[in-house]
Design a protein around this ligand. Structure first.
Ligand SMILES: C[S@@+](CC[C@H](N)C(=O)[O-])C[C@H]1O[C@@H](n2cnc3c(N)ncnc32)[C@H](O)[C@@H]1O
Length: 321
């Protein structure tokens, strides 16, 4: 998956005059902070160079994860056509660009972002490029959401892991109250990211939410550690991305987990493929999360006819049905 062309051009022009050694150093510092899941009271993107390192090394992957999560939501809820978006921890506007790509009829977006550096970058990328009326709000999502209006789609991508765990239940409650239809979380596809999603999932189901995706049910998650639910998207690395990371491979696989919780149930909830398919000659084994709340590996062979052909086409993260 690639960034939309106007976003890629905007990023390229913001990065074109940055000396590579400075970008590499900022990318390393940022990556070290993310890996350590540091919560030391400082924002990871506390200066302009960190925000630009994010554009070079993280935005393509977070965009791919967010856009894939929106695809899953759109598949599950074909009736959902959001006109308004409220995104917290908006970074450079990743969710804004992905939502405008998924639903070009988006009219209004409110983006809450605590870091002035990344807010400035996000504003400059979106100005004159995004059709929706867009407001960027400087603020801390854990304390500054009271004056906001509800939106059809409310979201937080790669943000819960930057918030102190004790503040999460209240934040989730506020975001759900602001969700006129759907609340979407996207997190890194790590066991810790899955645990945060599981906690949010339980809290939202207890409040009456329906899960639109990825789970085809509201039963407790059937996976047991060390297993964990996550998905992956292959992301092309630009030349600058490779140079900033000191990487040779022209792509990377972004692992992510997401949760779309809605006020309306999805019309159908087919099983979802929750691991890479294992294909052999004339057969394929899919690990499926199923509407009855169970997860199981199922073998499909040529004898299954059309179902086998659908199973052969299904990829990790797709639904079967
Ligand atoms: C990893 S970035 C993700 C950015 C964007 N959502 C994306 O998916 O690319 C997390 C963002 O959340 C912001 N953030 C962290 N804590 C926040 C808070 N309490 N209130 C508002 N923004 C916050 C950070 O400044 C950063 O821009």
């Amino acid at each position: 998956m690639e960034l939309p062309a106007p976003l890629r051009q905007g990023v390229d022009s913001l990065l074109e005059k940055i000396p590579l050694p400075a970008l590499k150093q900022a990318a390393k510092t940022l990556s070290d902070r993310y890996r350590a899941e540091l919560r030391d009271g400082r924002l990871h993107m506390s200066d302009d160079m960190a925000a630009k390192a994010y554009l070079a090394t993280r935005l393509p992957a977070t965009y791919a994860a967010v856009r894939s999560s929106l695809d899953a939501l759109a598949d599950a809820r074909p009736d959902f056509q959001p006109k308004s978006l409220l995104d917290v921890g908006a970074g450079p506007g990743t969710m804004l660009w992905a939502t405008a790509d998924a639903w070009p009829e988006l009219e209004r977006a409110v983006l809450v972002e605590a870091s002035p550096s990344v807010r400035k970058v996000g504003q400059s990328l979106a100005t004159d490029a995004i059709g929706a009326r867009t407001d960027w709000i400087a603020g801390d999502a854990t304390i500054d959401l009271d004056d906001l209006q509800p939106a059809d789609l409310v979201s937080a991508a790669y943000v819960l892991d930057e918030i102190v765990p004790a503040s999460l239940p209240k934040l989730i409650d506020r975001l759900w109250r602001l969700s006129a239809d759907t609340l979407l979380f996207v997190e890194p596809g790590t066991p810790a990211g899955w645990q945060r999603i599981l906690a949010a999932r339980k809290q939202l189901i207890d409040t009456g939410a329906y899960i639109s995706a990825p789970c085809p049910h509201e039963a407790p998650c059937p996976l047991v550690p060390p297993d964990w639910c996550h998905f992956a998207r292959r992301v092309a690395r630009s030349r600058l991305h490779r140079l900033a990371k000191g990487a040779d491979v022209p792509w990377e696989d972004e692992k992510f987990i997401y949760l779309a919780a809605s006020r309306h149930p999805a019309p159908m909830r087919p099983p979802r493929v929750i691991a890479p398919p294992k294909a052999g000659s004339g057969k394929v084994v899919l690990k499926l999360c199923q509407p009855d709340g169970s997860a199981a590996e199922r073998l499909f062979s040529k004898r299954d006819g059309e179902v086998f052909r659908a199973a052969r086409r299904a990829d990790w993260g797709d639904t079967l049905g």
